[in-house]
Design a protein around this ligand. Structure first.
Ligand SMILES: CSC[C@H]1O[C@H](OP(=O)(O)O)[C@H](O)[C@@H]1O
Length: 362
């Protein structure tokens, strides 16, 4: 089966071969790393060589496709068992983002259905499973384009009649975090394409520096009007300039709208609330965890202290100091103006009110 090609910035998927752009080395070095199976997939996700909730799910599932594609299965039970075991292993690579968990659940459900269907051979089951993974890439990009349209419209509608808007974003939510175009950065791309973007401010996003190293890289590459600020400059910026809106991504949105996102998001939401700046979360439905009622249940990943104490192996903190390095925080729904999804923009109350059919409907 000719597997779909997908040559976006972060992921190269062609003829059953998978390579990822090593994001730890950006922006100075652009180096692709081969992912030859699930073990490699787990490692590049856990080490954050590839990161971003949607990209984690896509690379995780593609790493399984790399393994399964050349194998010949004579019985469906062994294929089903391999699929379930390896997808559950991939979910363990990083605990906070929900996309890999949702993708695993959906693909295991498909695998179980195909395994029980006597009209489906083992070869057919493999082919349909691989096609489902390929479809994830296309769907992610389509979802991001829709998020871009809905989010840009919401910001312009909220912009008090401004013909041009000034937006702030945090971390990286662009083509380096998804299958392409991006979520929050997709909204910014849409504003720019529509000639409505006066300025985008991106935060450095310590300690991994997704903003300074990755978002700035994407913004400069596309010649968007952008300004880099340190994480501790957000309040001063909002005090001195009229920011139209904040737009950030999400790793896991709870059923009530509480949102886990990169550490520092919560304090930006508090400052935005103080300055009456609308605060939007851009997230596909694949980032929304309707099984948890609120953000209290979201596991917050803690990363190695070396990610705080060193930059490119250069020590920047006193040896011996204790560190606390949570990779995410949870922004309460009360501080969120709207959750921008591919299906439209929902207030937290509207999200909470969605019935099951709307949640699952494609
Ligand atoms: C569309 S990416 C969503 C989310 O993922 C990032 O986290 P990380 O770089 O640790 O994978 C960040 O929280 C983004 O907002």
């Amino acid at each position: 089966m000719q597997l779909l090609r997908n040559n976006n910035l972060a992921i190269k998927w062609e003829d059953g071969k998978l390579e990822i752009l090593d994001q730890i080395l950006l922006p100075v070095i652009s180096k692709y790393v081969a992912v030859k199976g699930v073990e490699d997939g787990w490692k590049v996700i856990n080490k954050m060589q590839v990161r971003g909730a949607p990209a984690i799910a896509i690379v995780g599932c593609l790493s399984l496709a790399v393994e399964i594609q050349p194998e010949v299965f004579t019985d469906k039970k062994s294929l089903r068992q391999e699929i379930e075991g390896k997808l559950n292993y991939l979910v363990s690579a990083r605990p906070t983002a929900v996309n890999m968990k949702i993708a695993a659940e959906d693909l295991i459900t498909l695998s179980n259905q195909l395994s029980k269907d006597d009209s489906v051979s083992a070869a057919d089951m493999k082919e349909r499973f691989l096609k489902a993974i390929d479809a994830m890439l296309e769907k992610d990009i389509a979802d991001n384009k829709a998020i871009g349209r809905h989010g840009a419209q919401a910001i312009l509608n909220n912009g008090a009649g401004d013909s041009l808007v000034r937006v702030l974003t945090h971390c990286n939510t662009g083509s380096l975090a998804t299958a392409g175009y991006g979520t929050a950065l997709g909204v910014i791309r849409t504003l720019h394409a529509d000639k409505k973007l006066e300025q985008v401010y991106c935060t450095e996003t310590r300690p991994y520096n997704q903003g300074a190293r990755l978002t700035a890289y994407e913004l400069v590459h596309e010649k968007m009007p952008a300004t880099l600020i340190c994480d501790d400059m957000v309040a001063a910026l909002m005090k001195s300039r009229t920011i139209s809106a904040v737009i950030v991504g999400a790793d896991r949105v709870a059923a009530n709208g509480d949102t886990a996102n990169k550490i520092g998001t919560y304090q930006i939401a508090v400052v935005a609330n103080y300055h009456s700046v609308p605060f939007y979360v851009a997230a596909p439905f694949t980032s929304i965890d309707f099984t948890i009622p609120n953000g209290d249940r979201i596991i917050i990943e803690e990363r190695p202290e070396r990610e705080m104490t060193h930059i490119n192996d250069q020590r920047v903190a006193a040896a011996g100091i204790q560190c606390w390095n949570p990779a995410f925080d949870v922004t309460p729904a009360a501080l969120i103006t709207g959750i921008v999804t591919e299906k439209g923009v929902y207030s937290p109350e509207e999200l909470k009110g969605l019935n099951v059919s709307e949640k699952l409907q494609d």
